[in-house]
Design a protein around this ligand. Structure first.
Ligand code: PGA
Ligand code: ZN
Length: 416
């Protein structure tokens, strides 16, 4: 049993300068753990609801009420209580909130306590955090994830200069994290040089540290990524692949068509465009190739992409077991982007994960565009044996905190 002594929380700022929450939990043996939670911008409508103050401070984005909910309501209920483990704690949190979307206490408040408990329990049991995360699964097999690294940004993370949100680099061989990051550095530098020359602009970066030049359209973003890989001296496909997060929920129109850059496309035309990218470039995955409620077209996207590239669901599934179940039943996707704060507790994220795995899906463990310097996500990706981790670019400390933690785990541990 793990007995909680104190629960505390305070407001901190995320990588966009917006408020988010740090929480601290002390156990009865005085083990103390502090954790912080991220926040998205390109959010799915089915996500659990963050509680924001909505007053003048921080233009409505303050987390004072969510912090008070932790310090008062949650602390009062949890103090001096003992829990058998994560599931029992998370069940108590769900009971305290009592809403489907965690809107009463706030999904940000609930997740902060769920994760603080995880870190405290790991320390209490003298486990690395990734070992603790692994121990939550029925058959733990921790391993280092493949990297999917943001090179170019568009969409909501880059003032919408092009419709699609990310083009990512996926190093294939040279399987160490440190080797892959060294390759990525070369590719990033070549991309920055191409941009300076072609657009006569400095290499300005977007929310996740990706480069965001004034591309004429989404295809140019992909073509330039391929060019940067070649210029860095790596073989496209054999050594380095690409991936796309279209984030199409953010350019769907009210009548169900899509505004891809300057063109209005039907869902079928967007599917054809996405498939033409997958034919032209070695894409490992296309994330949110269609909008979050476009359930009727996702199966066609999945079918047309076939085995060539993963049909990766983010806004569609929102790490929500019910939505994942629907996506499995309709063959709408074959890979899950897992973001713990889309659902709000570690246990529900685990259910989402296990459901996806039971259908044979691949899993990518993802950060948010508003991140903190905390590195728990790297431990989660290792502990839950994510096929991929998606953290953003190789710049900005909130991103590097996760890569640097992976480097530490790689250095200290060897996985079979
Ligand atoms: P976010 O989006 O801005 O909601 O974190 C990231 C993503 O779409 O993968
Ligand atoms: Zn996404």
């Amino acid at each position: 049993m793990i007995k909680i002594k104190t629960v505390d929380a305070w407001e901190i700022l995320d990588s966009r300068g917006r408020p988010t929450i740090a929480a601290a939990l002390t156990l009865d043996d005085d083990t103390r753990a502090v954790i912080s939670v991220p926040s998205g911008a390109s959010t799915g409508r089915a996500e659990a609801k963050e509680l924001r103050d909505g007053d003048k401070r921080f233009r409505g984005l303050g987390c004072h009420q969510a912090v008070i909910n932790i310090r008062e309501r949650m602390a009062d209920a949890l103090k001096s209580e003992s829990f058998e483990g994560q599931e029992a704690l998370d069940a108590r949190l769900l009971e305290l909130d009592g809403t489907a979307a965690k809107s009463r206490l706030g999904a940000n408040a609930v997740l902060a306590v769920s994760l603080a408990f995880a870190r405290a329990a790991a320390a209490h049991q003298h486990q690395e955090l990734f070992e603790y995360f692994a121990s939550l699964l029925p058959s733990p097999s921790p391993r280092l994830p493949g990297l999917t690294i943001n090179l170019f940004s568009g969409g909501k993370h880059a003032f919408g200069q092009v419709a699609i949100q990310d083009v990512l680099v996926v190093p294939k061989s040279g399987s160490s994290i440190s080797g892959n990051l060294a390759w990525m550095y070369d590719i990033y530098q070549e991309a920055a040089a191409i941009i300076r020359k072609r657009y006569a602009t400095p290499a300005l970066t977007a929310d996740e540290g990706g480069l965001a030049p004034p591309f004429a359209n989404s295809s140019e973003m992909l073509e330039t990524a391929a060019e940067a890989v070649n210029a860095a001296g790596y073989q496209l496909d054999n050594e380095v692949a690409l991936a796309v997060d279209a984030a199409a929920s953010h350019f769907v129109t009210a009548d169900g068509t899509y505004r891809l850059d300057d063109h209005i496309l039907s869902a079928a035309e967007l599917i054809d465009t996405v498939c033409s990218w997958a034919e032209r470039y070695p894409l490992v995955s296309v994330e949110d190739g269609l909008a979050e409620e476009d359930w009727s077209h996702w199966p066609a996207l999945r079918q047309k992409l076939g085995d060539r590239c993963l049909t990766l669901a983010d806004d569609l599934t929102c790490t929500n077991p019910a939505r994942i179940q629907r996506a499995i039943a309709t063959s709408a996707a074959n890979a899950l982007l897992l973001k713990v704060n889309q659902i709000g507790t570690l246990t529900e994220a685990k259910q989402a994960y296990l459901l996806a795995r039971s259908a044979g899906w691949r899993v990518s463990i993802s950060a948010r565009s508003g991140e903190t310097e905390d590195n728990w996500l790297a431990d989660l990706a290792v502990g839950w044996a994510g096929d991929f981790i998606k953290v953003g670019s190789i710049t900005q400390s909130e991103r590097l905190a996760k890569y640097n933690r992976l480097l530490q785990i790689e250095h200290e541990r060897s996985f079979a």
